[in-house]
Write a protein that binds this ligand. Sequence first.
Ligand code: MG
Length: 231
Amino acid sequence: MIPDHIQLITIDLDDTLWPCKPVIQAAEQALMEWLNSNAPKISQAHSMESLREHRKALMQQQPEMAHDLTRVREESLRQLGQQCGYPDELMRQASHYFRQWRNRVSPFDDVILALNLLAERYTLVSVTNGNAQVECTPLAGLFHGNLTAAEVGAAKPDPALFHAAAEQTGIALGNALHIGDDPLRDIQAARDAGMYTLWVNRYQSDWPQNIEPADMNLLSLDELITPEISS
Ligand SMILES: [Mg+2]
């Protein structure tokens, strides 16, 4: 099913290997409770929605940091802390606490077996715009490399993550497959970078009419676990 010339597989994380929304919601709820105990002036003045609005405004004011969601969160909390008279160090702890929760992801059922089998034959690199730390999740040890938009300086659809994966592994993008859930940021971006593409459509969405379809479409990674791959 995967063409013979493929040697490198880059894989998106959020909504490709685990559902993103529940983990963010849980992490934001946990942060709110942390603020309630440790920086109550912030939790009294803000809702999760208004904290989100503050981060959005910050990204508009400072677009150069928008690809680094951890930095955006840290800076937003720092500014809000300052307004309420809390030290930067306390707000760094708040950001760290959020990040611990951000890593508490629950991979889709097919993921761990599929990655184990793919890793036997291909070089696997995770490429994410998000701020989960793979080595702190249940997927620790399953990839040969893990790259984030924050590290490479640009978020998908910018091809920087794909080029960084090629550089790190010494495998050209012409011999690479990208697996992701987002038609624009994953599939179109990877195709434009010269890669073979696989759309994982976890939520049975319609493909957008204005984007050329991926080379392969799957509802889960189960269909990749064929006798051919596992042999
Ligand atoms: Mg995604």
